[in-house]
Design a protein around this ligand. Sequence first.
Ligand SMILES: C[S@@+](CC[C@H](N)C(=O)[O-])C[C@H]1O[C@@H](n2cnc3c(N)ncnc32)[C@H](O)[C@@H]1O
Length: 220
Amino acid sequence: MSPDDDPRPPVRFEDLDPDDDGRKYSPSAGRNRQDIVDALAEILSPAGDLLEVAAGTGEHAVLAAERLPSWSWWPTDRDPDALTSLRAWAAQARLPNLREPTHLDIHDAWPLEGRCLDVVFASNVLHISPIETAESLFVSAARHLRPGGSLIVYGAFFLPDVEPIESNVRFDEELRASDPRYGVRELCDLTERALARQLLTPTVRPMPKNNFLLRFATRI
Ligand SMILES: C[S@@+](CC[C@H](N)C(=O)[O-])C[C@H]1O[C@@H](n2cnc3c(N)ncnc32)[C@H](O)[C@@H]1O
């Protein structure tokens, strides 16, 4: 693949175009949301409760809630700008299964009031945050998912025994240059950390543009 085929910069809010009504757009969400929602529609059971952490603009949440009407989709983020955009997308979409976007920092106690989740979903966050974010995500997902539930994580990862592709190596370098705590994560490292938190070894689904959907199940 030539470097121009997948110019995938880290997504930042300054890259987003504010619209009049508060909805923001993310070029990367625009590129990947259809593929992600198609994959979720294939692998999810017919109905359930899904909490999305680090939901960003809200473009995944709206498309997924539209496509999966029997799923209650709870979008969250810790960033006030993201929450403004999430609320604007939700207000415009008016989907009964798309729940009120709420503040949630992955590192803090999750304000779920005893609610048990079927799925926790996180897209494009583990590379653009410190590794402690992955740790916190595993701890809280294991705590709040029902037995047999899933933590589903989308993004770029380095797989064991697979030659890393050039665009992901460059992406990793860009991330580390922007913040040394960031970087494309090694699947082995994530798996080790997840196992230590009582999650199971993930299934790995290849996605377009050298991304993956990882599914860490909880024990039954
Ligand atoms: C690259 S954006 C991805 C947004 C969206 N999931 C997507 O795929 O387009 C990263 C998002 O992670 C959120 N984020 C980063 N660290 C977080 C944390 N500790 N808790 C909750 N959200 C976090 C940011 O606010 C931002 O919305």
